[in-house]
Each structure stands twice: as structure tokens, then as C-alpha cells.
Design a binder for this molecule. Sequence first.
Ligand code: ADP
Length: 367
Amino acid sequence: MAQVTQDAVLSVLKRIAAPDGRGNIVSAGLVSDIAIQDGTVMFALTTSPQHVKTMEILRGAVEKAVLGIPGVAKAMVALTAERQAPPSPQPAAQARGTSVPGIKHLVAVASGKGGVGKSTTAINLALGLHALGLRVAVLDADVYGPSMPKLFGLTGKPQSSDAEGKKMKPMSRYGVELMSIGFLVAEETPMIWRGPMVMSALTQLLRETEWSETDVMIIDMPPGTGDAQLTLAQQTPLSGAVIVSTPQDLALIDARKGLNMFRKVNVPVIGIVENMSYFVCTKCGERHEIFGHGGAREEAERLSVPFLGEVPLDMEVRLRSDRGEPVVATLPDSMHASIYRDIARHVWASLQGGGLARPAPRIVVEN
Ligand code: ADP
């Protein structure tokens, strides 16, 4: 297959007129960096909220043009809004509905750094919400290390749901629907993702998947607080965010960064989960506080963010995760499952606009 180059893509894009009639979309500065990966071309087109309709039509035309370039197997073009002044403060999570048809709430699960158990929390929170009788889906947006297919024990590729292959059917297991970038790219493919690319891939996964009616969609965010995460937090219509941290000081500093990131873009922080909180020795039954437990609870108090619960370090959690058998689904009577269900109850109560031990914080807009 012919190797696709950025120049080849740019020269095609330069032939497309900008909507205001002034030059082409490239010279008008509407095209982001272009990423090319195994025949997939990804970039974003800048738009303003007033012009979304016109740009949506343009987006279709641009995708078609890019698909016409020899060697291009897939074109992922996202519309991204220019950074605007933050909207007025949102007092509670439920104030933000989603604009994704059929999905009532989008909840991000985030962490300031990798390896703290964000994905493990995300899947078990999703299953906890499902156990409450809610219709739940998971969107794996952790493009740097999409682990949801493994955690769900799912392999294979999503099927197209229409003849033209425009929409994908989500994968599904344990009563929860899932879409992950991990289904679409080979596991060993190294990927370099910049903010707009992440947004582009996520938009595609979110909008071009035929989700069932969903009460809560959990989004497993990429770890950290860089540009990609900020763009995601800013441009996804989130109802709220859950931040996962271990009790260590370092992780808490990172968690604080995560918190500030969501506050900056006016996404209500539903609360903090302390993961790997303590360890109960299976032999002596004693509780060991390996990382100096309790840090997250104190930190949450200091920052006036609800504390959602503490999840102990447990061999069974890790073993089952690795086997694609998440504890809430496969060991529902365990202490862990009950902790995750409690966290899920807190989250759902917050989305309903109350029920937490502490009210959701007032969001302060930083300028
Ligand atoms: P992240 O998404 O933050 O990178 P993961 O959810 O992938 O983190 O977790 C990292 C590793 O820690 C995984 O091997 C997972 O099974 C393990 N892990 C997460 N939470 C726990 C826990 N409470 N007890 C034991 N192992 C855990």
C-alpha cells in the first residue's frame, strides 16, 4: 500500500475552500497537525460554536477528499471549538446534560499520573452503576494505554452497524457496552498523540458508535494533565469527573493537578477515590497501610471535594483484572465489590444533584 505523507494530505486539503471564502482551509489556519498511522489520517478542523452546522458538512467533504488519497484507509476528522472564555459557573453536576443523543451523563475517570488504578476503578465503577440497575457504557479514551479490552476480557474488532461502515456497534460484556481505541489499533503499535488527535479519535468513538440508551457513560481518560487531557476535559460534554489517587504524597500532588484541570474548564469534580488504600494480609488478617493510608480523604477535605471511598490493595483485584474478570461482576459478594458499589451510589447521587455527604464544591473560575 502506498505510504501516505503529510504533504500529500495537505495538498489535497489546500484545494478545499475555507467557509468564509477567504482562501483554503489550510491557509485559513483551520487544520491542526496531521497524524498518520497505518493508513489512518487524523486531524482536527477548528470551528466556532455558531458554525458547527456548516463545518459538519465541510467535515464530511474533507473526510471524503482525504479518503481519496491513495493509501488512506481511514480518515478521522474532528471538529474542535476554539478555546473560548469559560462558561458561567455550573453549580452542580446535573446542570450539564450531554449533547450525545441517548446518553444522559458522561463521567470522566481521571488520574494525575499513570498506574494508580484509574482503569480498574473505571471498570468497577461502571459495573457498580450497572448493579444499581442503570444502563451503563464505557468509553476507553486512554489512548496511551487502552486497557479496557483486556479488563473486560474482550478481543476482536467492533462490527459496522450499517452497510456503509459509518457506525460501529459497541462491544459488550457483563451488561455494559464498551468502545475502545484498543479495538481499532494493534496493541504493539506505538502511538504519538497530540491533543487534537486524541480529541479526534475520541469524538469518532463517541459519536460514531451505535450506543444503546445509556444512563451513565464512564470515560477512562488518559492519565495526567497535559494538553490532550485538557482538550478532552474541555470539549467533551462531561457531567462530572472522578479522580483516582493512591495515598502517596506524590500521587496526591498529581491528583491536585487533575482537580485543578477540571475546575479550570468548569467540569464539576464528583469526588476522589483513594485506591490501594491499605492492604489486608491474607495470612494474618492484619491491615497494613503501605502508602500511609488516609491521605486522599484528608486532601479531599482540605480541597472541599467529596471523598468517594477507599479501595484496598488486593491480590484478587489484580489477578481478576488481568484475566478480564472484574471483581464487581465476578465476585459480587466480596468486600471490594461492595466498596465499588458504594462509590457508584455516591456518583449516581451526585449526578442526580445530591445525596453526598458533602455538597459538590462551588466551582471557581480562574482567569
Ligand atoms: P491506571 O489505569 O491508573 O494506569 P490500572 O487500573 O491499569 O491503572 O492499574 C495498574 C495495576 O494495578 C494493574 O495491574 C491493576 O490490576 C492493579 N491494581 C489497581 N487497583 C488495584 C487494587 N486495589 N488492588 C490490587 N491491584 C490493583
